[in-house]
Design a protein around this ligand. Structure first.
Ligand code: CU
Length: 228
C-alpha cells in the first residue's frame, strides 16, 4: 500500500526533465557547476552535522549508570566559539568566489560589451509569442535557430509586459523588459533540439509561450538564414 502511494511521486518526478543539470553550452555548464559546487559544499556540512549529532546522541544518552550524573556548569568555550564562527565564514567565502565571478561574468546588461566574433539575435517577446530576428533580417516565430560553437548575443526586448527568456539546456533565465533592451550571451551551444519557454508569468496564455531552440551546424544555419 505504501509503495502504491509513492507511485504518483515517481511519475511526477519522471516527468520533470531537469535539463539545467544536463548543460549543452559553456554558459549552462558554468551555471550547473555552481549548482553542483554549492550542493557539494552543503553536503559536507550536512554530513559533519549528522555524524556529530549521532555521535553525541550515543555518547550522552540517558542510561541507568548515568542516572544521577549532573554535568558541570561551564561558561563559554573560546576555542569552540571561534571554530563555529570562523568555519561558516570560510565556507561562505569559498562559495562566494566562483559564484560572484561567474555571475558577474554572465550577467545580462543594457548593452553588448562583447568585442569578439559572435552572432546577434534580436528577441522580441509579447503576449504570447516569441519573435527571433537574425542579423540578415530573417525572422521566425517561436523557433530559434542557432549555429553550434559560436557565442550568441541575444538582444532581448518586450512589446508589452515582463517576460523571461529561458532555454534551460543552454543557460539561465533572463527577464525581458518593456522599454529596456537587455543583452545576454550564450557561449558555445552544442548541436541539438531544446525546449525554450517564458519563465515569468505574463498572462492567461503564459503556459503556451514556448519555443523550439535548434542548434545546428554553421552551414545549416546559413541555409536557414537564406531561406525565405
Ligand atoms: Cu510568460
Amino acid at each position: 500500500m505504501k509503495r502504491l502511494l509513492l507511485l504518483p511521486i515517481f511519475l511526477l518526478l519522471a516527468g520533470c526533465n531537469i535539463t539545467t543539470l544536463n548543460p549543452k553550452s559553456d554558459t549552462a555548464s558554468e551555471q550547473s557547476f555552481l549548482i553542483w559546487f554549492s550542493f557539494g559544499l552543503m553536503m559536507i556540512v550536512v554530513v559533519v552535522v549528522f555524524v556529530l549529532f549521532i555521535r553525541f546522541f550515543m555518547k550522552y544518552r540517558y542510561t541507568e549508570a548515568k542516572k544521577d550524573f549532573l554535568p558541570q556548569d561551564v561558561h563559554g568555550n573560546l576555542k569552540l566559539e571561534i571554530t563555529w564562527t570562523v568555519l561558516p565564514i570560510l565556507l561562505l567565502i569559498i562559495l562566494a568566489v566562483p559564484t560572484i565571478a561567474i555571475t558577474y561574468d554572465q550577467s545580462p546588461g543594457p548593452k553588448s560589451s562583447e568585442q569578439q566574433e559572435h552572432i546577434d539575435v534580436y528577441v522580441t517577446a509579447q503576449q504570447y509569442l516569441w519573435t527571433f530576428k537574425h542579423e540578415n533580417g530573417k525572422e521566425d516565430r517561436n523557433k530559434l535557430v542557432l549555429p553550434a560553437g559560436k557565442p550568441v548575443v541575444f538582444h532581448l526586448k518586450s512589446k508589452d509586459v515582463i517576460h523571461s527568456f529561458w532555454v534551460p539546456a543552454l543557460g539561465g533565465k533572463v527577464d525581458v523588459l518593456p522599454g529596456k533592451e537587455l543583452t545576454y550571451q550564450i557561449n558555445n551551444p552544442q548541436k541539438g533540439s531544446y525546449e525554450g519557454k517564458c519563465a515569468e508569468y505574463c498572462g492567461i496564455g503564459h503556459g503556451d509561450m514556448r519555443f523550439d531552440a535548434e542548434v545546428v551546424a554553421m552551414d545549416v544555419y546559413q541555409q536557414y538564414l537564406a531561406r525565405e
